[in-house]
Write a protein that binds this ligand. Sequence first.
Ligand code: HEM
Length: 177
Amino acid sequence: MRRVLLFILLVLPFIYLIITVQDANDPIKYIFTYTGLTSLILLIGSLCISPFKKIYNLLRYRRMIGLFSFFYAFLHFMNFYILDAELSLNFVLKETLDKPFIYLGMISFFILFLMALTSTKKLFAKFNKWHKFVYIVLILVVIHESMAQKVLSSLEYSFIVVTTILLGYRLYNYKKA
Ligand code: HEM
């Protein structure tokens, strides 16, 4: 039952996007911002589960939250490929090579894609060590998000602080083990 509720909760941003995009002045930019931020927030959410597991154990929901983070990243990529690049592979290649923040996004998306593919029970048992790459994704996406802004705001600084804390926690645990 809780899983179903979480699923509905995670689908709600998508429904909200469909409703609100029609009134957006610049739909492509709107979809970039909306899907990018939703994906990043869910990624951070999935990584916050482990530090808080002793207080509130939500480990069984981590996979679903991670998969939804990938889903919103996928919409973000589709917005780039279908609406922005108008299906032109030349445009995708040129933007990726010309703009460092785009290739950081591409690398992050590729790693997230591999993690989503190997997230089934059977494959996760085999590839779980590789899932530590999620921290690399987090760093790259926070840089990607910051580089997409003209001026950094408190949102970017918050992402940087949260990322530093999560990495610190991870390294501390790693050294302890
Ligand atoms: C597939 C590769 C990716 C491409 C081609 C891409 C492309 C872009 C572009 C063009 C922008 C700037 C939008 C604008 O302001 O006009 C952007 C912003 C952003 N992207 Fe990506 N991105 C990719 C991957 C990702 C991933 C994997 C995430 C999150 C997990 C992400 C999160 C964000 C965020 C949070 C922003 C800032 C949105 C804003 O404040 O406007 N991106 N991306």
